[in-house]
Design a protein around this ligand. Sequence first.
Ligand code: SF4
Length: 411
Amino acid sequence: MITATGSSRQPITPNTAGPSERDLPVHAESGTCARPIHTAGFPGQPAAVPIRSQRSCLDPATTTQTSGISDPRAASPRVADVPGPGLALPDWRQGLREAVTDPRELLELLQLPQLAARLPAADAGFPLRVPRAFIRRMRQGDARDPLLLQVLPQSAELDVTPGFSDDAVGDLGAIKAHGVIHKYQGRALLIAAGSCAVNCRYCFRRHFPYAEEIAAAHAWREAIDCLAEDDSIREVILSGGDPLVLSTQKLTDLTQALRALPHVVRLRIHSRLPVVLPERIDATLCAWLANLPLQRVVVLHANHPNELDASVGAACARLRDAGATLLNQSVLLRGINDDAEALSGLSERLFEFGVLPYYLHQLDRVRGAAHFGVPDARAREILDQLRHRLPGYLVPRLVREVPGEPAKRPV
Ligand code: SF4
């Protein structure tokens, strides 16, 4: 995991003040409620697509305590949420360095110090880690906040639950070379990095032996040799850990090497950074993406509409401008998004940002995460409700990964 360094003690003000105004540079304009916000464009790239102004889901005036879904008709701009044309993004590396890693500090920032007494004595080998940009979208004083519950260690993680293991989806048996996992026909997955910007408590790879399995080690050589040997592989998936914690130069090294493999036609990037640290989608990264001689797919990971503020929408617009097809996958999580209200709000917000809901995963049975599980019967009930509320293209596929099977299994 990345070690936080530098100053991490900056105060976070209550989100009643419009928290994301602190995320990004403040736009000089004001009073532009009815106007579209233009996202930052980059030299040499198509003009950015405007996204419709919308009141932040964090604004208490439009946030319910149960789901936090705002009414999109009550659109009201937060111009300061999104840098305008020509405004620089903050340095994403600094955002990584300043991530909060102390649960007590997180609880202090959210005015929930009383929860410290309930923290587990040990972190189960998977420490807290959460960027401040993501914390600003959490509700102050709300112990059931759906974003907080995704990142705060719980004593239930120490419970031993039959059927929950360290290798929940059979990754270890599918390793073909250091950092290369090959499970499904035509696709190979690279464990690109060994850390993430955020540590999600339900993560199916929370016990993965990253120290031994990083594809980016040794300039990707072993991974490239492995991919070269199998010309049935048309798609390379970058996963992790989160591949976008790597420098753009390291990603460029990989894609330069992939040019020698004509059978690889598509690059898929699985990343939570566009959501938890949107400034990672900077000009350098977008220029790299836009110039790839490959089809490009970016699969985001968001579980609740409160995660998707205007800064995320702007990052999605930059990715689309760079030619990426955007999909999202979510995990069905008890107490966080296990209701049709939250999930339909998520699908609507994703589509507003040009992202299609792709998978809704039943929880992978990883040790320490059993308390997030939702029974299959309840999961199907929620999906039925979503089908009634949403057009078909906004209903994600409810699936489970079963070790050894050749594809995700519909639930
Ligand atoms: S970002 Fe993805 S890989 Fe990283 S901790 Fe969260 S779920 Fe796991």
